[in-house]
Design a protein around this ligand. Structure first.
Ligand SMILES: [Ca+2]
Ligand SMILES: [Ca+2]
Ligand SMILES: [Ca+2]
Ligand SMILES: [Ca+2]
Length: 114
């Protein structure tokens, strides 16, 4: 076998390997946007556009929005994040994680237990 033939054979094999890697790589890159993957990515019980209010379109890559109860952050630092986990959130469109203060009552008295 001549060196030329060997070189051609090796070249063909390398070329095939490169093409295979390129195709599989392209497959991995084609992942669906979060607002079009059929999953509840941010755990707010709403799935994809237009059900999830955090989705501006099917191409939106995040189901979260800038509203405090749907932004994926613990805005008031109570250890709970977003609706429905944070009890301070009345709904997904609630823009405050802080629990509303209860109505003030004119009552006084001690409470002790032992
Ligand atoms: Ca989704
Ligand atoms: Ca969601
Ligand atoms: Ca939040
Ligand atoms: Ca919180």
């Amino acid at each position: 076998m001549t060196n030329k033939k060997l070189l051609i054979a090796v070249s063909v094999i390398v070329l095939l390997l490169v093409v295979t890697f390129a195709v599989s790589g392209a497959r991995f890159k084609r992942s669906a946007a979060a607002c079009n993957d059929g999953l509840d990515n941010d755990g707010d019980t709403k799935i994809d556009y237009p059900s999830d209010t955090g989705c501006s379109s099917k191409r939106d890559k995040s189901e979260q929005s800038t509203i405090q109860c749907d932004n994926g952050l613990d805005d008031d630092g109570d250890g709970l994040t977003d609706w429905p986990s944070d009890s301070g959130c009345a709904s997904l469109t609630d823009n405050s994680e802080t629990t509303p203060s209860p109505p003030t009552n004119n009552s006084s008295g001690g409470n002790s237990s032992g």
